[in-house]
Design a protein around this ligand. Structure first.
Ligand SMILES: N[C@@H](CCC(=O)N[C@@H](CS)C(=O)NCC(=O)O)C(=O)O
Length: 207
Protein backbone atom coordinates (compact mmCIF):
# COMPACT_ATOMS: atom_id res chain seq x y z
CA UNK A 1 0.00 0.00 0.00
CA UNK A 2 1.36 3.42 -0.96
CA UNK A 3 2.28 5.85 1.82
CA UNK A 4 -0.27 8.68 1.78
CA UNK A 5 -0.26 12.20 3.19
CA UNK A 6 -3.32 14.37 2.67
CA UNK A 7 -2.74 18.06 3.28
CA UNK A 8 -5.56 20.54 3.78
CA UNK A 9 -6.60 23.40 6.00
CA UNK A 10 -7.29 22.71 9.65
CA UNK A 11 -11.08 22.62 9.66
CA UNK A 12 -13.70 19.94 9.13
CA UNK A 13 -15.01 20.96 5.73
CA UNK A 14 -14.12 22.33 2.31
CA UNK A 15 -12.41 20.74 -0.65
CA UNK A 16 -10.16 18.44 1.36
CA UNK A 17 -12.80 16.94 3.61
CA UNK A 18 -14.37 14.40 1.19
CA UNK A 19 -10.96 12.72 0.76
CA UNK A 20 -10.36 12.68 4.52
CA UNK A 21 -13.77 11.08 5.00
CA UNK A 22 -13.22 8.57 2.18
CA UNK A 23 -9.86 7.47 3.60
CA UNK A 24 -11.41 7.10 7.04
CA UNK A 25 -14.38 5.11 5.71
CA UNK A 26 -12.07 2.85 3.69
CA UNK A 27 -9.81 2.40 6.73
CA UNK A 28 -6.86 3.47 4.57
CA UNK A 29 -3.91 4.63 6.71
CA UNK A 30 -2.80 8.18 5.87
CA UNK A 31 -1.12 11.18 7.43
CA UNK A 32 -3.71 13.90 7.98
CA UNK A 33 -1.64 17.07 7.66
CA UNK A 34 -3.64 20.14 8.68
CA UNK A 35 -2.37 23.63 7.82
CA UNK A 36 -3.42 26.57 9.99
CA UNK A 37 -4.27 29.85 8.22
CA UNK A 38 -1.26 31.55 9.85
CA UNK A 39 1.13 29.01 8.27
CA UNK A 40 -0.49 29.15 4.83
CA UNK A 41 1.51 32.08 3.34
CA UNK A 42 4.80 30.21 3.96
CA UNK A 43 3.31 26.90 2.81
CA UNK A 44 1.62 28.10 -0.40
CA UNK A 45 4.66 27.87 -2.66
CA UNK A 46 5.35 24.33 -1.51
CA UNK A 47 2.13 23.21 -3.28
CA UNK A 48 2.01 22.62 -7.06
CA UNK A 49 -0.73 25.18 -7.81
CA UNK A 50 -0.50 27.33 -4.67
CA UNK A 51 -3.66 25.72 -3.30
CA UNK A 52 -4.89 22.88 -1.14
CA UNK A 53 -5.75 20.02 -0.93
CA UNK A 54 -2.73 18.04 -2.01
CA UNK A 55 -2.06 14.33 -1.73
CA UNK A 56 1.42 12.91 -1.37
CA UNK A 57 1.69 9.34 -2.65
CA UNK A 58 5.01 7.69 -1.85
CA UNK A 59 6.68 11.11 -1.84
CA UNK A 60 5.05 12.45 -5.03
CA UNK A 61 2.68 15.37 -4.56
CA UNK A 62 -0.49 15.86 -6.61
CA UNK A 63 -3.25 18.47 -6.39
CA UNK A 64 -6.87 19.04 -7.47
CA UNK A 65 -9.58 17.95 -5.09
CA UNK A 66 -11.69 15.88 -7.46
CA UNK A 67 -8.66 14.04 -8.86
CA UNK A 68 -7.71 13.23 -5.29
CA UNK A 69 -11.30 12.20 -4.51
CA UNK A 70 -11.30 9.79 -7.43
CA UNK A 71 -7.98 8.26 -6.42
CA UNK A 72 -8.82 7.80 -2.75
CA UNK A 73 -12.35 6.77 -3.72
CA UNK A 74 -10.85 3.87 -5.69
CA UNK A 75 -8.61 2.90 -2.76
CA UNK A 76 -11.54 3.07 -0.35
CA UNK A 77 -14.11 1.26 -2.52
CA UNK A 78 -16.13 4.47 -2.80
CA UNK A 79 -15.79 5.01 -6.55
CA UNK A 80 -17.61 3.03 -9.27
CA UNK A 81 -15.70 0.45 -11.29
CA UNK A 82 -18.23 0.67 -14.12
CA UNK A 83 -17.26 3.41 -16.64
CA UNK A 84 -20.78 4.81 -17.00
CA UNK A 85 -21.34 4.96 -13.25
CA UNK A 86 -17.89 6.55 -12.88
CA UNK A 87 -18.90 9.23 -15.37
CA UNK A 88 -22.05 9.95 -13.38
CA UNK A 89 -19.99 10.13 -10.18
CA UNK A 90 -17.52 12.56 -11.83
CA UNK A 91 -20.32 14.75 -13.15
CA UNK A 92 -21.74 15.21 -9.65
CA UNK A 93 -18.34 16.01 -8.14
CA UNK A 94 -17.51 18.51 -10.89
CA UNK A 95 -20.92 20.19 -10.61
CA UNK A 96 -20.38 20.52 -6.85
CA UNK A 97 -16.93 21.96 -7.55
CA UNK A 98 -18.37 24.52 -10.01
CA UNK A 99 -21.00 25.62 -7.57
CA UNK A 100 -18.58 25.83 -4.66
CA UNK A 101 -16.15 27.87 -6.75
CA UNK A 102 -18.86 30.32 -7.77
CA UNK A 103 -19.73 30.86 -4.11
CA UNK A 104 -16.08 31.05 -3.05
CA UNK A 105 -15.45 33.74 -5.68
CA UNK A 106 -17.78 36.06 -3.75
CA UNK A 107 -15.98 35.75 -0.41
CA UNK A 108 -13.54 38.63 -0.87
CA UNK A 109 -15.89 41.02 -2.68
CA UNK A 110 -16.69 44.39 -1.08
CA UNK A 111 -19.88 44.19 1.02
CA UNK A 112 -22.32 45.69 -1.53
CA UNK A 113 -20.93 43.67 -4.43
CA UNK A 114 -21.01 40.53 -2.32
CA UNK A 115 -24.69 41.08 -1.50
CA UNK A 116 -25.59 41.58 -5.16
CA UNK A 117 -23.49 38.66 -6.38
CA UNK A 118 -24.84 36.27 -3.76
CA UNK A 119 -28.47 37.26 -4.25
CA UNK A 120 -28.02 36.69 -7.98
CA UNK A 121 -26.36 33.35 -7.33
CA UNK A 122 -29.11 32.25 -4.92
CA UNK A 123 -31.82 33.09 -7.43
CA UNK A 124 -29.89 31.80 -10.43
CA UNK A 125 -26.92 29.45 -10.38
CA UNK A 126 -27.42 27.86 -6.97
CA UNK A 127 -31.11 27.21 -7.61
CA UNK A 128 -30.38 25.73 -11.01
CA UNK A 129 -27.58 23.50 -9.70
CA UNK A 130 -29.65 22.27 -6.76
CA UNK A 131 -32.61 21.45 -9.00
CA UNK A 132 -30.41 19.59 -11.46
CA UNK A 133 -28.53 17.75 -8.74
CA UNK A 134 -31.82 16.72 -7.16
CA UNK A 135 -33.02 15.43 -10.54
CA UNK A 136 -29.83 13.35 -10.82
CA UNK A 137 -30.34 12.01 -7.31
CA UNK A 138 -33.92 10.99 -8.02
CA UNK A 139 -32.94 9.38 -11.33
CA UNK A 140 -30.43 7.27 -9.37
CA UNK A 141 -33.12 6.03 -6.99
CA UNK A 142 -33.27 8.95 -4.52
CA UNK A 143 -30.87 7.73 -1.83
CA UNK A 144 -27.35 8.10 -3.21
CA UNK A 145 -26.01 9.68 -6.40
CA UNK A 146 -24.63 6.53 -8.01
CA UNK A 147 -24.92 2.78 -7.65
CA UNK A 148 -27.41 3.19 -4.77
CA UNK A 149 -24.54 3.28 -2.29
CA UNK A 150 -22.23 5.82 -0.70
CA UNK A 151 -19.52 7.09 -3.05
CA UNK A 152 -17.20 10.09 -3.15
CA UNK A 153 -19.94 11.95 -5.08
CA UNK A 154 -22.12 11.84 -1.96
CA UNK A 155 -19.24 13.02 0.22
CA UNK A 156 -18.51 15.96 -2.08
CA UNK A 157 -22.18 17.01 -2.14
CA UNK A 158 -22.41 16.51 1.62
CA UNK A 159 -19.74 19.16 2.24
CA UNK A 160 -21.32 21.60 -0.22
CA UNK A 161 -24.80 21.25 1.28
CA UNK A 162 -23.38 21.57 4.78
CA UNK A 163 -21.82 24.88 3.75
CA UNK A 164 -25.09 26.11 2.23
CA UNK A 165 -27.08 25.12 5.31
CA UNK A 166 -24.55 26.44 7.81
CA UNK A 167 -25.77 30.03 7.86
CA UNK A 168 -22.18 31.15 7.25
CA UNK A 169 -23.02 32.53 3.80
CA UNK A 170 -24.57 35.96 4.15
CA UNK A 171 -27.25 36.70 1.53
CA UNK A 172 -27.71 33.05 0.63
CA UNK A 173 -30.71 31.84 2.64
CA UNK A 174 -29.67 28.83 4.68
CA UNK A 175 -33.04 27.19 3.93
CA UNK A 176 -32.35 27.30 0.19
CA UNK A 177 -31.63 23.56 -0.03
CA UNK A 178 -34.86 22.56 1.77
CA UNK A 179 -36.85 25.04 -0.32
CA UNK A 180 -35.43 24.34 -3.76
CA UNK A 181 -34.34 20.71 -3.50
CA UNK A 182 -35.84 19.01 -0.42
CA UNK A 183 -34.54 15.62 -1.50
CA UNK A 184 -31.02 17.05 -1.37
CA UNK A 185 -31.63 18.03 2.26
CA UNK A 186 -32.74 14.45 2.97
CA UNK A 187 -29.63 13.20 1.18
CA UNK A 188 -27.54 15.39 3.48
CA UNK A 189 -29.17 13.83 6.56
CA UNK A 190 -28.67 10.36 5.09
CA UNK A 191 -24.93 10.94 4.63
CA UNK A 192 -24.57 12.68 8.02
CA UNK A 193 -26.10 9.67 9.77
CA UNK A 194 -24.23 7.06 7.72
CA UNK A 195 -22.50 5.04 10.48
CA UNK A 196 -18.97 5.64 9.15
CA UNK A 197 -19.52 9.37 8.65
CA UNK A 198 -21.20 9.79 12.05
CA UNK A 199 -18.36 7.85 13.70
CA UNK A 200 -15.75 10.07 12.02
CA UNK A 201 -17.29 13.24 13.46
CA UNK A 202 -17.78 11.62 16.88
CA UNK A 203 -14.05 10.89 16.89
CA UNK A 204 -13.21 14.40 15.73
CA UNK A 205 -15.30 15.87 18.55
CA UNK A 206 -13.58 13.66 21.08
CA UNK A 207 -10.06 14.44 19.76
N1 LIG B 1 -9.24 23.44 -8.32
C1 LIG B 1 -8.62 23.32 -7.05
C2 LIG B 1 -8.92 24.56 -6.21
C3 LIG B 1 -8.12 24.55 -4.93
C4 LIG B 1 -8.40 25.76 -4.06
O1 LIG B 1 -8.74 26.87 -4.52
N2 LIG B 1 -8.21 25.57 -2.75
C5 LIG B 1 -8.40 26.63 -1.80
C6 LIG B 1 -8.94 26.03 -0.51
S1 LIG B 1 -10.47 25.20 -0.66
C7 LIG B 1 -7.08 27.27 -1.44
O2 LIG B 1 -6.07 26.61 -1.39
N3 LIG B 1 -7.10 28.59 -1.15
C8 LIG B 1 -5.95 29.30 -0.65
C9 LIG B 1 -5.42 30.31 -1.60
O3 LIG B 1 -5.90 30.35 -2.75
O4 LIG B 1 -4.52 31.05 -1.19
C10 LIG B 1 -9.10 22.04 -6.34
O5 LIG B 1 -10.22 21.58 -6.66
O6 LIG B 1 -8.38 21.50 -5.50
Amino acid sequence: MAKLKLTYFDFDGGRGEPARLALHIGKIPFEDQRISPKDWPQFRDRTPFQALPTLEVDGKVVAQSNSINRYVGKLAGLYPKDDWQALLCDEIMDAAEDMGTRIANTIDLPADDKKTAREQLAAGGITRYLEQLQARLMAAGGEYFVEQRLTVADLKIFMLVRWLRSGALDHIPKEIVERVAPQMAKHFDRVATHPDVAQYYERRKAA
